[in-house]
Design a protein around this ligand. Structure first.
Ligand SMILES: Nc1ncnc2c1ncn2[C@@H]1O[C@H](COP(=O)(O)OP(=O)(O)O)[C@@H](O)[C@H]1O
Ligand SMILES: [Mg+2]
Length: 203
């Protein structure tokens, strides 16, 4: 499968252009770092790639076709702030099981403890919540993962464990991974190819 962004432009309301004529493509089995300083439109582009927001111009294509409008999306986004991505009124097990039911092996590898499943989001730390947000997007139908500053909330040891697991999973399933980060050293470590957003952006 191929995920393509073609000539994407975007601005919020009538604000300044954030993205201008941005084109990139990511194949399955690739791990691509999308790097650039804070405020350069990385999160905006991530949301466009995942189909959460529509670009003002240009298109996102999966194998040459528009993204499916409903159902489980093969392109899944992991945010920097897990608390913004989950419903605070749902128990963790319902949040986890919304898209698929992860096997025990995935939960163990993510360091998700059984007792956490019964808790409410407010009863977990940000790092603990983020493990759920990662586990829940690893469903069998996921073909591309976009990790937007995914590990910023995690301590260094957990970061290393989670990236190791992510790389193993995307390799095993031959998924595409887009690592969105201001941290070029992280991208160098995790990715097979690096794209600089400021260089792509024809502002
Ligand atoms: N919902 C929004 N409404 C208006 N402006 C926004 C919104 N979200 C982000 N922006 C602006 O868009 C620019 C790019 O933001 P963002 O995509 O979050 O960049 P990055 O992820 O690279 O830090 C910033 O100037 C930011 O202030
Ligand atoms: Mg961002």
């Amino acid at each position: 499968m191929l995920l393509e962004a073609k000539n994407i432009s975007y601005r919020y309301q009538n604000g300044p252009w954030i993205l201008k004529d941005v084109t990139l493509s990511v194949g399955e089995g690739e791990r691509v770092g999308l790097v650039g300083p804070s405020g350069y439109g990385k999160s905006t582009l991530s949301k466009i790639l995942a189909g959460y927001i529509k670009p003002a111009a240009g298109e996102v294509l999966l194998d040459g076709k528009e993204l499916p409008a409903e159902g489980y999306s093969p392109i899944q986004l992991i945010y920097q702030h897990p608390e913004k991505a989950i419903n605070p009124l749902w128990r963790m097990k319902d949040i986890l099981h919304e898209g698929w039911v992860p096997d025990q092996c995935t939960l163990n590898a993510m360091g998700i403890e059984q007792g956490w499943l019964e808790r409410w989001p407010a009863e977990l730390s940000g790092g603990e919540m983020q493990r759920f947000c990662i586990a829940r997007v690893l469903g069998p139908q996921t073909r591309f993962l976009i990790a937007d500053e995914m590990s910023t909330m995690l301590d260094v040891i957990t970061q290393a464990q989670i990236w190791e697991l992510m790389i193993r999973i995307v390799e095993e399933r031959c998924m595409g991974l887009i690592v969105v980060t201001h941290n070029e050293a992280l991208a160098q470590k995790v990715c097979t190819r690096i794209i600089s957003l400021p260089e792509l952006n024809k502002l």
